[in-house]
Design a protein around this ligand. Structure first.
Ligand code: ADP
Length: 172
C-alpha cells in the first residue's frame, strides 16, 4: 500500500523551512500533498492562487509532491484524499503546545490518521512567514530564507505598498 501524506498550512509565503519539511516528507512517504489553507480570517498577504502558483513552481520537478487547497476541517480533507498521514513541522516549544493540542483534537476526530512531526533543520529554527514579511517591509534581504520566486513576489507586493499590513499579522 502506498502512503499519502498531507502537509497543511497557510504558506503565506512559502519559506525555506517549509520547503525543507516538504522535501523530507517526500522522501519519507510515497506522495505528499502541500495543502494550502483557505483561511478567510487571516487576511493573507498572498492570495490563494498566488500561493498555489508559487508552491507549484518550486516543486515542479518533484513528481511525488502535489499542491492543493483545502477549507474546513483538516481531518475531513485528509479523509476525502484517503491520506494516512499529516505532516507538521516543529520549531520551538511554542509550536509544540499548539501542535499537541491540535494533534489530540485530530486524533479524537479521526484516530486512524497519524500525525508525524518533523523537527526543523537548525538553520530554519527562527524562520516564520511573518518574520519574512516583516524583514522585507523594512528593506532587509530574505534571499536566504525563501525560494527565489517568493523573494520576487514579495518585492512586487512591496512595490504595490501592500506589505506593511501583512507584516503586522501576528500569526503565520
Ligand atoms: P500555520 O499557520 O498552520 O502555522 P504555516 O504555513 O505557518 O502554517 O506552517 C505550516 C507548518 O510548517 C506548521 O507545521 C509549521 O510549524 C511548519 N513550519 C513553519 N515554518 C517552519 C520552519 N522554519 N521549520 C520547520 N517547520 C516550519
Amino acid at each position: 500500500m502506498s502512503t499519502l501524506a498531507v502537509y497543511p498550512g497557510s504558506f503565506d509565503p512559502l519559506t525555506n523551512g517549509h520547503v525543507d519539511i516538504i522535501a523530507r516528507g517526500a522522501r519519507l512517504f510515497d506522495r505528499i500533498v502541500v495543502a494550502i489553507l483557505v483561511n478567510a480570517e487571516k487576511h493573507p498577504l498572498f492570495s490563494l492562487p498566488e500561493r498555489v502558483d508559487i508552491a507549484r513552481e518550486v516543486f515542479k520537478g518533484r513528481a511525488n509532491v502535489e499542491v492543493d487547497t483545502f477549507d474546513g476541517l483538516l481531518v475531513d480533507y485528509v479523509e476525502r484524499r484517503k491520506a494516512q498521514v499529516v505532516v507538521r513541522g516543529l520549531r520551538a516549544i511554542s509550536d509544540f503546545e499548539f501542535e499537541f493540542e491540535m494533534g489530540n483534537m485530530n486524533r479524537k476526530l479521526a484516530p486512524e490518521i497519524e500525525m508525524v512531526y518533523l523537527m526543523t533543520a537548525p538553520e530554519y529554527l527562527f524562520l516564520t512567514a511573518s518574520r519574512v514579511k516583516e524583514l522585507v517591509a523594512f528593506g532587509a534581504s530574505v534571499a536566504e530564507l525563501v525560494p527565489a520566486n517568493v523573494a520576487k513576489a514579495l518585492e512586487a507586493h512591496l512595490g504595490q505598498g501592500g506589505l506593511r499590513t501583512g507584516a503586522t499579522e501576528s500569526n503565520d
